[in-house]
Design a protein around this ligand. Structure first.
Ligand code: SP5
Ligand code: ZN
Length: 349
């Protein structure tokens, strides 16, 4: 299996995030991608290539251009305000404040950070824009390779991750929604039905929001129940899509402590939704924070479970783009991620 990867991810290295009410060292660190790449090489998964530059247009098929422009200049605006440490928002326009302010009227960086975000756990640093832009290009290059070569699968080793980023919001360590950008790019290259299967521990709230009213992209997610887990305010089972998207969104939330049996039962139900939809291509939002030793998550999958996930995905029988999302047990995310991919390869033949 081909891997797409760029060292540019290193330019995004936040120092601290707000976690349990305290500023703590970030868990979404460059060494995550290093561990995965090292295992790709150790297991001889296949060739590793650098991304091509597909430009800004495919990003703006998903994200509001004002949001993209904000991300591009956020660090400079923050620096111009005299700050030489990571940028974090602290004030949001929730229910009792105005929801409809034209963002063009928001002048200060603190207002813009609040407008375009939903959490205080996602620091912006000097290299964040370049890293996030390149991460989207990694996914887009994976999409192009899959379309152009007729390969069964490609691995887009994206960092920073993407599935929490909405049409005009960043959060959950995500800035640009790599999986959504790739899914749209498949459609723009001629596909008519794309499914996104999100196996990250957290709900892919950004991906759900982006495609919630559409029937050309099915979204299925297995994740920590929003009653207990971030992002709390989306990911409930009754969210099944709206308007033309009604019936094209499926959430499978599970309680803290869920291990192999309940996880695979929910995963099987999600896989059946994918198969019932009959997509031409599947994008997998591949997080391995479902692992029992993940420092911020509370599922209990074991290393031996990951190849089985890959085997089941291979049974879809259609091309698959794997897009890296979360996973914070840094020493094991390589083994678990590549274990899933080699499980896919052995079953896909
Ligand atoms: C891509 C991805 O996996 N993003 C995850 C973002 C999670 N951010 C919120 C983390 C909250 C952690 N709370 C548990 C603290 C343990 N003491
Ligand atoms: Zn996650």
């Amino acid at each position: 299996m081909l891997t797409v990867y760029s060292d540019t991810h290193r330019l995004h290295h936040g120092k601290q995030e707000l976690i349990d009410g305290k500023l703590m060292p970030v868990v979404e660190m460059p060494r995550r991608a290093d561990t995965v790449l090292a295992e790709v090489k150790a297991r001889s998964l296949g060739e590793v290539i650098a991304p091509d530059d597909h430009g800004r247009a495919p990003i703006e098929r998903i994200h509001d251009p004002r949001f993209v422009a904000f991300l591009e200049t956020a660090w400079d605006d923050w620096s111009a305000a005299g700050r030489d440490y990571d940028a974090l928002p602290f004030c949001w326009g929730t229910r009792t404040l105005r929801q409809d302010v034209d963002p063009a009227r928001l002048v200060g960086i603190d207002a813009k950070l609040g407008y375009f975000s939903f959490d205080a756990g996602t620091p912006i640093t000097a290299g964040t824009w370049t890293a996030a832009y390149t991460s989207a290009q990694v996914a887009l290059t994976g999409r192009a390779r899959l379309t152009d070569t007729g390969a069964r699968a490609v691995f887009a080793l994206c960092r920073p991750p993407g599935h929490h980023a909405g049409m005009d919001t960043f959060g959950g360590y995500c800035f640009l929604n790599n999986a959504a950008i790739a899914a749209q790019s498949f459609l723009d290259a001629g596909a008519r039905k794309v499914a996104i299967l999100d196996v990250d521990y957290h709900h892919g709230n950004g991906t759900q929001q982006i495609f919630y009213s559409r029937s050309d992209v099915l979204f299925c997610s297995i994740h920590g129940h929003p009653q207990q887990e971030f992002p709390f305010f989306l990911g409930w089972p009754e969210e099944i899509g709206q308007g033309p998207g009604h019936g094209f969104n499926h959430n499978f939330p599970l309680p803290w402590g869920s291990g192999q049996a309940p996880w695979f039962e929910a995963f099987e139900a999600a896989c059946r939704k994918v198969e019932g939809y009959g997509p031409e291509v599947v994008v997998v939002s591949l997080g391995v924070d479902t692992f029992k030793d993940d420092p911020i998550s509370k599922f209990r999958l074991e290393t031996s479970d990951y190849p089985k996930i890959g085997e089941r995905i291979a049974a879809f029988g259609c091309p698959v783009l794997f897009v890296m999302e979360g996973g914070y047990a840094v020493d094991q995310i390589g083994v678990n991620t590549v274990g899933l991919l080699t499980g896919f390869e052995s079953a896909a033949g």
